[in-house]
Design a binder for this molecule. Structure first.
Ligand code: TRP
Length: 328
């Protein structure tokens, strides 16, 4: 029996945080053995927000290097850059014609991003979920590991696929969200009600952050006044630190509670800082090494694009046929 296929992507729009790592990348490493995985650097999505061209190039390379440095083995899966496979933009156009304004207007990420970038509410930002649907549907994807904030986009992808299939017969496989024992949802260290985001430098730790700075941020992370280390309902700040520690060390909340019984936050933060450093330093070393081998990275993404295009083109032809285009 063939393996189920997984597709996911990350935008090259900023530095990855330990939230991206613990919530996504670290888990992808394991998926690669069990599933056929296709991981994309979604540069088409990235320009829905203004990007500096040189920086964008650099970030795409850096993101590929970070995928591999985190342990995602390019010999066991496909890593490619979205813009290298034209079928993404092509299918997105078609799917735009099968998506309603009203559906897109309901997207909370659109509402949120357009309020944060009020000077640039462009049409791409609005149709972003359609491009994401094209990404997923082109590969006849079985499973999409998405974080909390992308669930609504996966839902609209399913709605679009269902609509298209209803009109033309089965063309797209219906993708499901991947719910495995997925990683931690890492929150902001200063404001644990918000998801950790690179746009909040004090509350976030970059995957490539200088260790001294990471330690400082952990020492300054918000706690509470209870004074003991225990995962308990309502303790947002402590629960976040405990789940980071758990995600990094593989320890359960109970084990962590036992480990720090009778100890204070100082000891806990010291252990947390050491654990985070121990996790990040080999990744950072590997990243440096990879960035010094651009030819290797190029080989990875070219091979990835060739394979991705072979699948994507097949789906695109099916769609063209159904819609009534004369195949060239
Ligand atoms: N929108 C996703 C995010 O910002 C990135 C993304 C683009 C994606 N295309 C995708 C994720 C397809 C999963 C599948 O996180």
């Amino acid at each position: 029996m063939s393996k189920k296929r997984i597709f996911s992507g990350i935008q090259p729009s900023g530095a990855l945080t330990i939230g991206n790592y613990l919530g996504a990348l670290k888990n992808w490493v394991q998926l690669v053995d069990e599933y056929e995985c296709i991981f994309s650097v979604v540069d088409l999505h990235a320009i829905t927000v203004r990007q500096d061209p040189e920086e964008l190039k650099q970030r795409c390379m850096a993101l590929i290097a970070q995928y591999i440095a985190c342990g995602i083995d390019p010999d066991k899966c496909t890593i490619f850059i979205q813009s290298h496979v034209p079928a993404h933009a092509e299918l997105a156009w078609i799917l735009n014609c099968y998506t309603y304004m009203g559906e897109l207007e309901r997207m909370t990420q659109f509402k949120d991003k357009s309020s944060r970038h009020a000077d640039n509410i462009n049409a791409g930002l609005f149709t972003y979920p359609v491009l994401m649907a094209a990404d997923i549907l082109l590969y006849q994807t079985d499973l999409v590991p998405v974080g909390h904030d992308q669930k609504q986009h996966l839902e609209i992808c399913r709605d679009i696929a269902e609509r298209f299939n209803r009109i033309y017969g089965p063309v797209f496989k219906m993708p499901e969200g991947y719910i495995g024992k997925m990683g931690a949802r890492v929150m902001d260290l200063q404001n644990p009600e918000k998801k950790m985001s690179k746009s909040e430098p004090q509350g976030s730790i970059a995957l490539l952050e200088d260790p001294a700075s990471a330690v400082k941020k952990i020492k300054r992370a918000q706690t509470d006044s209870l004074g003991y280390v225990k995962y308990e309902e309502g303790r947002l700040a402590m629960n976040n630190l405990i789940s980071i520690y758990g995600a990094v060390t593989g320890k359960t909340a109970d084990e962590i509670e036992t480990e720090f019984t009778g100890k204070g936050y100082g000891d806990f933060k010291k252990a947390l800082a050491e654990a985070v450093q121990a996790e990040l330093s080999p990744i950072q070393a590997k990243y440096k090494e990879l960035m010094a081998s651009p030819h290797y990275l190029q080989e990875v993404y070219r091979k990835g694009a060739r394979y991705a295009a072979s699948i994507a083109e097949e789906t695109k032809r099916k769609v063209y046929e159904k819609v009534g285009y004369i195949l060239g």
